[in-house]
Design a protein around this ligand. Structure first.
Ligand code: HEM
Length: 163
């Protein structure tokens, strides 16, 4: 193999490696976008429910309210639980990509906050999944206030972990 062949071969290897890195970065970005949209759907429902829908009884009598809420919830049940599952699965992929090695100094602030966020998110996901698909409710609460508070906390933690 002459020098020219060696150089062509080396440049091909570099091009392939560069392409590989680009694809990996793209997969990360695509999964992160999926994560964001799924948490928008899940969090969006909780925000709508806690800020607006729970005010319906003020203007509607009980029968009207039950009917209005049920017509809304019919669609919520189809979309929101699968979004939560997607949020957790995509989150698990992201955490494996960004967590990084634990050094001799112990966990970094980023790793500590990310772990708390992941724990809360996984707990929320497991709770929702068990409740919707298996009828198991580990913590009995009738309203959506706790999941709402957890989503707000998780979003705050997600921003704080970069500080
Ligand atoms: C329903 C619960 C969840 C909510 C509301 C949520 C929210 C978010 C948001 C808003 C971001 C984007 C941050 C930004 O780019 O500014 C994000 C990123 C991220 N999420 Fe979640 N998440 C949830 C569940 C999870 C779970 C369960 C995990 C892990 C097991 C996870 C791991 C991650 C990671 C690692 C990133 C950062 C990716 C990066 O460094 O760019 N998330 N999350």
């Amino acid at each position: 193999m002459n020098t020219l062949d060696t150089m062509t071969c080396a440049s091909s290897v570099i091009s392939i490696a560069y392409f590989g890195i680009k694809v990996i970065l793209m997969i990360f970005t695509i999964i992160k976008i999926i994560h964001l949209f799924s948490v928008f759907i899940y969090g969006g429902f909780l925000i709508t429910d806690n800020l607006f829908l729970n005010k319906m009884p003020r203007n509607l009598d009980e029968e009207e309210h039950t009917k209005a809420r049920e017509s809304f919830m019919m669609f919520v049940r189809k979309v929101v639980p699968p979004s939560l599952v997607v949020a957790v699965l995509s989150g698990l992929y992201l955490i494996f990509q960004v967590f990084g090695p634990i050094t001799d100094d112990g966990l970094s602030t980023f790793q500590i906050i990310l772990s708390i966020k992941a724990f809360l998110g996984i707990w929320l996901g497991l709770r929702g999944f068990l409740q919707v698909y298996f009828g198991i409710q580990p913590f009995v609460f009738k309203s959506h206030i706790l999941p709402f508070a957890l989503v707000v906390t998780i979003i705050l933690l997600t921003q704080l972990m970069y500080v």
